[in-house]
Write a protein that binds this ligand. Structure first.
Ligand code: SAM
Length: 282
């Protein structure tokens, strides 16, 4: 009988977030595959877990993945852990899971901490629908494409970032998305956890004089198209009267009927309202 691959979540900073089940599964497994065995030894020692470990990381995920699948097929139960949080989320895991599916090996999870969800739920942003963008791509062209796509994303966006890239990422997000509400969360579940609910413009200014330190998650408000339309309608209303607005389009070459239609659309009012104002103004 083949064994089972367990994807076991570990704490993202607070050891008390280790689950009872995680301790039991890691203790009972035949082998623990860890992203960094030196890092995980501390966690395992803390919980008195003595299961043998092997390394499974980004750079050996194919060869080591196949070895793990062979051991699973031979009947071993293997638990996969990463340095922190949930395996497979911006961490190794996906490849060996895919290999297990192909080989007919059972995969199951021992859920627990994940920085993305932890950040989202305390962000004060809309939580009903969200997208997880992980780390923005490092490659320039791909990064530009992702940023341009995110401009129109209406769901809340969750992004991971390392401290040394935070300023650049905030500046690029501001440039691509305009000013938006953002919750910047740092050192989640740790002693120095901080949450800053601010805007992208304010955040850029803040980090001009404050050096980023620690691990960050950014939770950004989705695009509010209704708000954008309302702002544009208000802009027209404040900048000129309806007759001036009609004249603006006539001067640009439209006939009166076309101009009235365009004005009605810009202001979110009916053509009849435009006509009425025009008659009153003439
Ligand atoms: N698998 C992990 C999970 O489930 O969240 C994510 C691993 S990814 C390599 C590491 C990134 O997650 C960090 O750069 C940071 O953006 C985020 N992260 C992890 N722990 C965090 C924490 N305690 N506070 C804030 N962000 C954290």
């Amino acid at each position: 009988m083949a064994g089972t691959l367990y994807l076991v979540a570990t704490p993202i900073g607070n050891l008390e977030d280790m689950t009872y089940r995680a301790v039991r599964v890691l203790s009972e497994a035949d082998l623990i595959a860890a992203e960094d065995t030196r890092n995980s030894i501390r966690l395992l020692t803390h919980f008195g877990i003595r299961t043998p470990m092997t390394s499974y990381h980004e750079f050996n995920k194919y060869d080591k993945g196949r070895e793990l699948v062979d051991q699973l097929l031979a009947g071993k139960n293997i638990a996969l852990i990463t340095d922190a949080g949930t395996p497979g989320i911006s961490d190794p895991g996906q490849e060996v899971v895919r290999m297990c599916h192909e080989a007919g090996v059972t995969v199951t999870s021992v859920p627990g901490a994940c920085a993305a969800v932890t950040a989202l739920i305390i962000s004060g942003q809309e939580t009903r629908r969200f997208v997880f963008e992980a780390f923005l791509p490092a490659e320039k062209k791909e990064r530009r494409e992702v940023l341009s796509r995110l401009k129109d994303e209406e769901r809340t966006m969750v992004i991971y970032e390392a401290p040394h890239h935070l300023k650049k990422t905030l500046a690029e997000l501001f440039e691509a998305l305009g000013d938006r509400s953002v919750t910047i969360e740092r050192e989640l579940t740790k002693k120095h956890e901080t949450l800053q609910k601010t805007t992208l413009a304010e955040a850029c200014a803040y980090y001009e004089t404050n050096e980023p330190r620690g691990e960050y998650v950014l939770v950004i408000a989705g695009a509010d198209h209704k708000e954008a339309v309302k702002a544009e309608q208000a802009m027209w209303q404040e900048s000129m009267t309806i007759p001036e607005h009609v004249k603006y389009y006539e001067d640009a070459g439209m006939d009166r009927k076309e101009a009235m239609k365009a004005v009605a659309k810009d202001r979110g009012i009916s053509k009849r309202d435009v006509y009425r104002e025009l008659i009153g103004g003439e």
